[in-house]
Ligand binder design. Structure first.
Ligand code: S3P
Length: 433
């Protein structure tokens, strides 16, 4: 259950300074919970995301008969390697595309019939990208013309070779998780590299996965083994603090314990190109999911852009980067092309980002596959964030540079990935006041 709507007013802030930790990585949390649910034995997950999306995954797994205990410092999951139980009601993935798409892959190989539904935003999002390969593997999946709810009739699946039309870690992961429960081998050819947490997670839970030159292969029928794992902080959440520091003259923020998986760090390259000082210290490069300390400070403000080939690696950080661009001195530009996928995220992130940043004063030209922002003086505004967590956080960051108070009509979606966001924003802006 999400919190009820909250109106938040952001005051202009002259200084940004401090040290912060962010909630556990959302992508890794979902995966560790699902893999633990399939594994033989009892797994513990430390650092599990406090975000509502990841609670949603736990609620769905519980409805499938998985025993889960949530203590303050860890989630304990007793796996059901011999199969989930038939749920007695539809599973509610709420706002979480990752829950719906990855769980669909797992359920397709289970001998049960399960419906997964979601909130209004999720029910608008495209699912044919997962239902089509699952059908080819032998499952039957009913949908609302390619959108949720999905009713998955599990079956004995057979491995396939699949090339998704769009680069997507969720599609790759759905097919690999279905492949784990299928006969034969399953291969995904990635049109461009995407985050590899599923591959790493499968290996951590004792499965063999081969990744080589853009293709990932898994043999079906492997049994997972329970593990004690730790989720690093979410770099996509840290990106908001990076943008806040980089966009505020004299700003500096240090983020401890943040995930630094190389398939996620393109954002750091882009921050550097935009003129920020970015220092990274990796604590244990050999760990399953590398993590460390990130320090970002304002130095310079350059025009910057994201090349289409970089987009899959930075897809979730584009709202934070757009906020940084909006905070820059007048006339600086930021351009993104090749990012049509942004239109099918929790909201249409091209038009909703453009609308919110324009309302604060930025000049934004919208393209079908991206946008070009020209920084202008930001001013007071009242913003609708389209019920999208990353837009709430992006607008809140940009708002700190506005000349007047910015009101966010409903800031509660931030809790989807970052319930502590406004508390931390207050700490980082007050610390330097
Ligand atoms: C995610 C993959 C990305 C990302 C999403 C999380 C994941 O989605 O936008 O927030 O955990 O695999 P796509 O795979 O649809 O690009």
């Amino acid at each position: 259950m999400r919190p009820s709507a909250v109106t938040e007013t952001i005051a202009p802030s002259e200084r940004v300074q401090g040290r912060v930790t962010v909630p556990g990585d959302k992508s890794i949390s979902h995966r560790y919970a699902m893999l633990a649910a399939l594994a033989d034995g009892v797994s513990t997950i430390r650092g599990y995301s406090t975000g509502f999306d990841c609670r949603t995954t736990l609620a769905c797994l519980r409805a499938l008969g998985v025993d889960i205990a949530w203590d303050p410092d860890r989630v304990t999951i007793t796996g059901r390697p011999d199969g989930f139980v038939q749920p007695d009601r539809p599973l509610d993935a709420e706002n979480s595309g990752t829950t719906m798409r990855l769980l669909s892959g797992i359920l397709a190989a289970q001998p049960l019939v399960a419906t997964i539904t979601g909130d209004a935003s999720l029910c608008r999002r495209p699912m044919r990208r997962v239902t089509s390969p699952l059908t080819t593997m032998g499952a039957r999946v009913d949908s609302n013309d390619g959108r949720p709810p999905l009713t998955i009739h599990g079956a004995r699946l057979h491995g396939i070779v699949h090339q998704p039309e769009v680069p997507s870690a969720q599609i790759k992961s759905c097919v690999l998780l279905a492949g784990l429960g299928a006969s034969g081998t399953t291969t995904v050819h990635e049109p461009a590299p995407t985050r590899d947490h599923t591959e790493r997670g499968l290996q951590t839970f004792n499965a063999q996965v081969a990744s080589e030159s853009g293709q990932v292969t898994i043999a079906g029928g492997q049994r997972l083994t329970a593990r004690d794992v730790t989720v690093p902080g979410d770099l996509s959440s840290a990106a908001f603090w990076a943008a806040l520091a980089a966009g505020t003259p004299g700003g500096s923020v240090t983020i401890d314990g943040v995930g630094l998986n190389p398939t996620r760090t393109t954002v750091l390259e882009i921050l550097r190109r935009a003129g920020a000082d970015v220092e990274v210290h990796v604590d244990d490069p050999a760990s399953a999911e590398p993590s460390g300390t990130l320090r970002v400070a304002a130095r310079d403000w350059n025009d910057f852009s994201i090349a289409p080939s970089e987009v899959p690696g930075v897809i979730d950080e584009i709202p934070a980067l757009a906020a940084l661009a909006a905070m820059m001195p007048e006339g600086r530009t930021f351009e993104v092309r090749g990012a049509a996928e942004l239109r099918v995220k929790e909201s249409d992130r091209i038009s909703c980002l453009a609308a919110g940043l324009r309302a604060m004063g930025s000049q934004v030209e919208e393209f079908e596959d991206g946008f070009r922002l020209t920084a202008r003086r930001l001013h007071a505004a009242t913003l609708d964030c389209a019920d999208d967590h990353r837009l709430v956080m992006a607008f809140a960051i940009a708002a700190t540079r506005a000349s007047g108070f910015v009101t966010i009509l409903d800031s509660s979606p931030a809790a989807i990935s970052y319930p502590e966001f406004f508390e931390n924003l207050c700490g980082l802006t007050l610390a330097g006041a």
